[in-house]
Design a protein around this ligand. Structure first.
Ligand code: UTP
Length: 297
């Protein structure tokens, strides 16, 4: 079922409560916590832009208004930077701001699960294939130089159908994630012939976990409308995809870079270290500081 429709829109579900990183997320949305010098969510928007996304759809909740402000112009700040001659800072801010009309915000109203959050974007997405980015997962490129969503979109262009990015984890960790099982293997991509959300320890069909980047056909919305609550009492996207896989093909992409889960405390700290070391302007000083700390271990 190869489709030639270009992937123009990406959905960012940002309505979760972020309980694993409390108390930081008491008033600050977890997607706004910073990795190096920008919010986690901005790293994801940059990845989406690099992949050719033109419209950014945020599914938000209460206390998340600051997200909308972050992706808008900030007149007072920009005016002050201009008057102080801080041209570089001003240019960088403006370059990061999406074009007028390129963002949409809708509210999930209650955190009923990732599947429900994606379903909330149905009218804004309309009848075209679209991307989903889980904003607490941030990625650094590997040998292919492109980030994860670009690799998923390339797979969609090659095979059509639905695409899920996967990553290998130790067998002891599979119970925390959605897990796929593999059909025909093409190397970088493969056919998915099964998936399960948070399988009990020792029952996972593989060690390939769903790592937070998807390209989905719009028929997922009709299915999500009817999906029952699954693991954790939430409406799970994985259950919706499983149902859709009965009528449409799904492909896995083995992302060749690295994904960091900033939704946990240790993952968040690891992401900061990795992203700082990947920044040419910060890495030399940071490496020296890190060595001093590591030397005391
Ligand atoms: P998580 O389960 O990692 O987010 O969902 P959470 O619920 O905020 O995390 P904890 O366990 O309480 O710390 C993955 C992504 O899906 C979004 C979250 O915001 C996160 O980006 N999400 C999850 C929603 O938008 N709505 C939901 O109902 C659940």
């Amino acid at each position: 079922m190869k489709t030639t429709k270009r992937i123009r829109k990406a959905v960012f579900p940002v309505a979760g409560l972020g309980t694993r990183v409390l108390p930081a997320t008491k008033v600050i949305p977890k997607e706004m916590l910073t990795v190096v010098d920008r919010p986690v969510l901005q790293h994801c928007v940059e990845e989406a832009r690099e992949a050719g996304i033109e419209h950014f759809i945020f599914v938000t909740g209460r206390n998340k208004g600051v997200i909308e402000d972050h992706f808008d112009l900030a007149y007072e700040l920009e005016d002050t930077l201009a008057k102080r001659g801080k041209t570089k800072d001003l240019e960088a801010l403006l370059a990061d701001t999406p074009l007028a009309g390129a963002t949409s915000f809708t509210r999930q109203q209650a955190p009923l699960g990732l599947g429900h959050a994606v379903w909330c974007a149905r009218d804004i997405v309309g009848d075209e294939p679209f991307a989903v980015i889980l904003p607490d997962m941030i990625t650094l490129p590997g040998a292919r130089a492109s980030r994860c969503l670009a690799q998923c979109i390339a797979a969609h262009e090659a095979h059509g159908g639905n695409v899920i990015a996967v990553e290998e984890v130790p067998a002891s960790e599979t119970h925390m994630y959605g897990v796929v099982s593999m059909g025909q293997d093409f190397g970088h991509t493969f056919e998915i012939n099964g998936m399960v959300e948070k399988p009990p320890q020792g029952t996972a069909p593989s060690t390939l976990i769903i790592s937070g980047r998807y390209v989905l056909e719009p028929q997922i919305f009709d299915i999500l409308e009817k999906v029952e609550k699954g693991a954790g009492g939430e409406i799970q996207l994985t259950d919706g995809m499983k149902a859709l896989s009965r009528s449409q093909p799904f492909f896995g992409v083995r992302f060749d870079g690295k994904t960091y889960d900033t939704g946990s405390k240790v993952g968040f700290l690891a992401a900061n270290v990795a992203f700082a070391l990947a920044r040419p302007d910060i890495a030399p000083d940071f490496r020296a500081a890190l060595k001093r700390i590591v030397g005391t271990l």
